[in-house]
Write a protein that binds this ligand. Structure first.
Ligand code: ADP
Ligand code: MG
Ligand code: MG
Length: 244
């Protein structure tokens, strides 16, 4: 599914957190949204997910303007969201969390047996192991994140937003996540990858949009060196040792 954000503006009082942001994410593309802390990335995604009403602009899915009044609407339209802080119930099992994830979705209830089956199917598809009956609190962080991804896929997300998904991961788990992202991309999912980490953005992006202080300041090429990306991100010339 093609996602277009057209001129999205979101203010908090006098503060403009998103200032007429345009973003186009094609099906089968990993599109990174690169920006410093406070640039307005999560705000934009909260607008997309129906958590915030925009003050201006529109969301367009496959050329059809849509309007979401809550995350249930966004999920039903095919938007999936994986937050940095997982929305899981730790004392419940993996499958139970998948069932719970369906409650806000209009008409999308799932029973436990179906959830177990889905967990097995999606795990096999991506080549990892995840016991549907394991308690979430006993899982490593990387596996907990996969539960979030499974929740989104079980609701048939066609646009998957990952908001700083690597912040809590080990380097190995980060590599594994990137493998999952690439497979999803190759299967046709539109992926929005939010980060301020230059190495990751270079490793996984098909396209990069840079935002600074609530505004799109440009597109960057994934083959650009890290100093170039950093300079665009912070708005002044920077040099980095790792490009040497
Ligand atoms: P990022 O995700 O890029 O780090 P955010 O979108 O979270 O940035 O925040 C962008 C700016 O908007 C920050 O200055 C933040 O303090 C402000 N902001 C975010 N949410 C709110 C809110 N609910 N009320 C007031 N200000 C907010
Ligand atoms: Mg932040
Ligand atoms: Mg954020």
């Amino acid at each position: 599914m093609k996602l277009e954000l057209r001129g999205i503006t979101k203010t908090f009082g006098a503060f403009v957190a998103n200032d007429a942001i345009d973003l186009v994410v094609e099906p089968g593309e990993i599109h990174s949204l690169l920006g410093e802390n406070g640039a307005g990335k999560s705000t934009l995604m909260n607008v997309l997910y129906g958590l915030y009403r925009p003050d201006g602009g529109e969301i367009v899915l496959d050329d059809v303007p849509v309007s979401f009044s809550d995350p249930g609407d966004a999920m039903a339209a095919g938007i999936g969201m994986v937050h940095q802080h997982f929305m899981l119930v730790p004392v419940f099992t993996v499958a139970e969390n998948v069932v719970l994830g369906h409650e806000p979705t209009k008409g999308g209830l799932l029973d436990l047996a179906a959830a177990r089956k889905l967990v097995r199917e999606i795990s096999a598809r991506f080549g990892f192991e995840l016991d549907p009956d394991a308690l979430v609190e006993n899982l490593p962080v990387g596996a907990q994140q996969r539960v979030e991804i499974i929740k989104a896929l079980s609701r048939r997300a066609e646009v998957l937003v990952l908001d700083e998904p690597t912040a809590v991961l080990t380097p190995h788990e980060t590599d594994e996540l990137m493998t999952i992202m690439r497979q999803l991309r190759d299967e046709g999912t539109s992926i929005v990858f939010i980060t301020h980490k230059l190495r990751e953005v270079k490793a996984v992006s098909d396209r990069i949009t840079v935002i600074r202080r609530g505004r799109v300041v440009g597109e960057a090429d994934p083959s650009a060196d890290q100093a170039e990306l950093a300079s665009l991100m912070v708005g002044r010339q920077v040099s980095l040792a790792q490009d040497k």
